[in-house]
Design a protein around this ligand. Structure first.
Ligand code: FAD
Length: 606
C-alpha cells in the first residue's frame, strides 16, 4: 500500500470534497490509536498532524511498555491491573514492537527507599499475579552477590540484593507509524505536516470540522467532519483555544522528562535496570541497554516553555549524571560521554495533581498504610501465623480503599481524560503509550454514539497494527523466519534480524524495494526506499529519528549515512539546492541538539 508524498498530495485534494465522520487532530499515539479503530470500524476518517507523526511526546518516552511497578508502593492495584493487562494487549496487536525484557530492581538500604527486599518481593508477586505472568518470566529475587555478578559496576555499599520482574521494551515512534499505516490501509486520510488553525461550527454553533494549513505549501483548506476529536497531547489546551466555543477549562500541566545516551563501553548493563535516585526525592530512574548503547532517565520538572522544543538543560544533565554515577561509581560519566539525548513533555492532567496516574496525589498516606498491612500480613503468613485468605483480604481491602471515589468518570484509563465540550468537540488526553488502545476504545464508543451508533466497532484487542501479522505467542521464531527471507536477498544475519524486528510482517514488502542507493548498504537502501514509498517520510530528520533510531542509538553510523540519505531524498522529492541545504541544516541542528553540542561548548568556555 503506497503511503508517500504522492498519496499525501492526492488525499489533500480528496479530503476537501468529503464529509467525514471523524477528524482526528494530532498524530501521536493517542490520535493514531483512535484513527486505526475508527477506520477499521468503517468510519470515514482523517487524521492531521502538524509535525511528523510521533514528533510530539510519542517519540520521546522512556520507550517501555510497562505496568508501573512503583505504583504498587502506593498500592495502586487498579492502575497496575489496568496497565499490565494493556501491556499484554499491545504486545498481542503489535508483536514485533514491544519485546519482553526482564527488569532488574537493585535494592539499597537508604533513606527514602521505595522498596526493601521483602516489600519488593511482595510487589513483584502482585505484579505478576495481576499480569498473569508465570513460567520463565515469573519474578525472582537475587542476593547481593548475584546482583553484582550481573552488574559488577553497581555500587556495592548499601546494596541489599535485587528483584527481577517482567517488563517490555518499546519503540514508541514505530508503534505510532504502524498504527498510522494501518489506519491509512483501511481508508483513513492521514496527513502529516498539516496543522489545524481553527475549529469550525455550523449554524447551530456545533463543531463541523476545521480549517487547516498544509505546512509544506502554506495553503489553507477546510475539512468537514461530523465529529472532531482533539488528541493533541501537551497541545490539548492550545487546540481547545482554537475552538472559541469550547467552554471547558484548561486541563494540561505538562512536565519535562529527559533521557541521556552513552556508549555501552562507558556503561554496560546487560538488562534494563530500575532504581531509586538515592536523592530521597521519591523518584526512580531507568537504565536501559539499546543497540550498542545505554540510555537512562528520566527527570520530571514542571514545564512552561515552547511545547515543540523542550530542551535538555545543564540541570537535567547534572541531576541524571549525579544519580547514575552514584549507582555506577566506576563509570564516571561526564557531559562529553553523552552521545545523544532527548526531552519530552508528559501530557499530565491538572485534575490528577499532575501525576501520571490517579494514585499519585493526596492518597499516599492511606496507600502506605495499606501497603504495609499487606506486607505484614504476608510476613505473618510466611511465619504461619496468618492464613492465605488473610493475605488475599488485605490485598482486597487495600485495593478497594485506594480505589474508592478516586476515578474521575471521564477517565477511561487512569490518568487519561475523555471530555466533550457543549459544542461537541471531543478531547482525549493524558494516559500513557501503554494505555493507548484502551483509551481509543473508550473514545470510539463515545464517537459512535455521537454518530447514532451507525458503526459496528471492531474488537481492537484482536486487530493487529501494520507489520503485526505474526503469531504473538511465537515472536522470536516468526522474526527469525522473516529474517531468513532477508538473508536470501543477500543480507547478513545481523542486518536481516534488524530489518525483521523493525518491520515485522511487512518485511516481504520492504524487500521488494531492492533498488540500491548510492552510498548506502543493502540494509539501509531497503529501509530508506520503503520509508519514502510506504511510510510518508518527508525529511531526513523524520527518517533518522522516527522511522529509524540512528540519531539516538546508532550514532556511530549516522555521519556516514547523512549525505547518501540527503542525496536520495533530494532526488526523490526533486528538491532545489536551497531546499536541500535547508533540510541538511535542519538535520545538523537536530543532531547537534541531541549531541548536547551547546552545553559541551559552554563547558569548554568556562
Ligand atoms: P503526542 O505524542 O504529543 O501527540 C500529540 C500530537 O498532536 C503532536 O504530534 C502534535 O504535533 C500534534 N498537534 C498539536 N497541535 C496540533 C494542531 N493544531 N494540528 C495538528 N496537530 C497538532 N508512556 C509509556 O507507556 N511508557 C513509557 O515508558 C513512557 N515514558 C515516558 C517518558 C517521558 C519522559 C514522557 C514525557 C512520557 C512518557 N510516557 C510513557 C507517556 C507517553 O509518552 C505519552 O503519554 C504519549 O506519548 C502521549 O501521546 P499523545 O498522542 O497524547 O501526545
Amino acid at each position: 500500500m503506497v503511503f508517500s508524498y504522492k498519496t499525501r498530495n492526492e488525499e489533500i485534494q480528496k479530503v476537501q470534497d468529503e464529509e467525514l465522520d471523524l477528524l482526528v487532530i494530532g498524530g501521536g499515539i493517542t490520535g493514531a490509536g483512535v484513527a486505526v479503530q475508527a477506520a477499521a470500524s468503517g468510519m470515514k476518517t482523517a487524521l492531521v498532524e502538524m509535525q511528523d507523526f510521533a514528533e510530539g511526546t510519542s517519540s520521546r518516552s522512556t520507550k517501555l511498555v510497562h505496568g508501573g511497578i512503583r505504583y504498587l508502593k502506593t498500592f495502586d492495584v487498579e492502575v497496575v491491573n489496568d496497565t499490565v493487562k494493556e501491556r499484554a494487549n499491545v504486545q498481542h496487536i503489535a508483536p514485533h514492537i514491544p519485546k519482553p525484557d526482564p527488569m532488574l530492581l537493585p535494592i539499597y538500604d537508604e533513606a527514602g527507599a521505595t522498596f526493601n527486599m521483602f516489600s519488593a518481593k511482595v510487589a513483584m508477586d502482585l505484579y505478576d499475579r495481576l499480569a498473569g505472568v508465570t513460567g520463565k518470566f515469573a519474578n525472582y529475587t537475587l542476593n547481593k552477590s548475584e546482583v553484582l555478578e550481573r552488574q559488577p559496576q553497581l555500587e556495592k555499599e548499601g546494596l541489599q540484593g535485587g528483584g527481577v520482574y517482567l517488563d517490555f521494551r518499546n519503540n514508541d515512534s514505530r508503534l505510532v507509524i504502524e498504527n498510522i499505516k494501518k489506519a491509512h490501509e483501511d481508508g483513513a486520510r492521514v496527513l502529516n505536516k498539516v496543522k489545524v488553525v481553527k475549529i469550525t461550527h455550523d449554524q447551530q454553533g456545533m463543531v463541523n470540522g476545521a480549517d487547516v494549513q498544509d505546512v509544506i505549501s502554506g495553503r489553507n483548506f477546510h475539512i468537514n467532519a461530523k465529529v472532531v476529536i482533539n488528541t493533541s497531547g501537551p497541545w490539548t489546551d492550545e487546540v481547545r483555544d482554537l475552538d472559541k466555543k469550547d467552554d471547558l477549562s484548561d486541563q494540561m500541566r505538562p512536565t519535562k522528562g529527559v533521557h541521556l545516551v552513552v556508549d555501552k563501553e562507558k556503561l554496560n548493563v546487560p538488562q534494563p535496570t530500575y532504581f531509586d535516585t538515592g536523592e530521597n526525592d521519591g523518584r526512580m530512574i531507568f537504565v536501559v541497554p539499546r543497540e550498542d548503547k545505554t540510555y537512562f532517565g528520566t527527570t520530571d520538572t514542571d514545564y512552561h516553555g515552547d511545547l515543540k522544543h523542550p530542551k535538555v538543560t545543564q540541570e537535567d544533565v547534572d541531576y541524571l549524571l549525579r544519580i547514575v554515577n552514584r549507582r555506577y561509581p566506576d563509570a564516571k560519566i561526564g557531559l562529553d560521554d553523552i552521545e545523544a539525548s532527548w526531552a519530552g513533555l508528559r501530557p499530565l492532567i491538572t485534575a490528577n495533581g499532575g501525576s501520571d496516574y490517579n494514585g499519585g496525589g493526596g492518597s499516599e498516606k492511606l496507600s502506605d498504610e495499606s501497603f504495609n498491612k499487606v506486607v505484614n500480613t504476608t510476613k505473618e503468613y510466611l511465619e504461619d501465623s496468618a492464613k492465605r485468605d488473610d493475605v488475599e483480604k488485605a490485598i482486597q481491602e487495600a485495593g478497594s480503599a485506594q480505589d474508592s471515589g478516586e476515578v474521575d468518570p471521564s477517565q477511561i484509563s487512569r490518568g487519561s481524560s475523555l471530555e466533550e465540550a457543549s459544542d461537541g468537540l471531543v478531547t482525549l488526553s493524558g494516559g500513557k503509550i501503554t494505555d493507548y488502545r484502551l483509551m481509543a476504545e473508550g473514545a470510539l464508543k463515545k464517537i459512535n454514539k455521537k454518530l447514532d451508533n451507525q458503526f459496528d466497532l471492531i474488537d481492537s484487542k484482536e486487530y493487529p497494527v501494520s507489520g503485526g501479522d505474526i503469531d504473538p505467542d511465537n515472536v522470536d521464531e516468526e522474526i527469525e523466519k522473516l529474517a531468513k527471507q532477508a538473508q536470501d536477498k543477500g543480507l547478513n544475519e545481523k542486518d536481516a534480524l534488524y530489518l525483521a524486528n523493525l518491520y515485522g510482517s511487512n518485511l516481504p514488502t520492504v524487500l521488494t524495494y531492492d533498488e540500491p542507493i548510492k552510498g548506502l548498504s543493502q540494509r539501509d537502501s531497503f529501509s530508506l526506499n520503503y520509508a519514502l514509498n510506504e511510510e510518508l517520510v518527508l525529511t531526513p530528520v523524520d527518517y533518522f529519528l522516527r522511522r529509524t533510531n540512528f540519531i539516538l542509538f546508532i550514532r556511530d553510523e549516522l555521519d556516514a549515512l547523512e549525505q547518501p540519505v540527503l542525496d536520495k531524498m533530494a532526488e526523490f522529492y526533486q528538491w532545489s539546492d536551497e531546499e536541500k541545504a535547508n533540510y541538511q541544516k535542519e538535520l545538523a541542528e537536530v543532531v547537534a541538539e541531541s549531541d548536547l553540542k551547546e552545553l559541551k561548548e559552554d563547558e569548554y568556555r568556562e
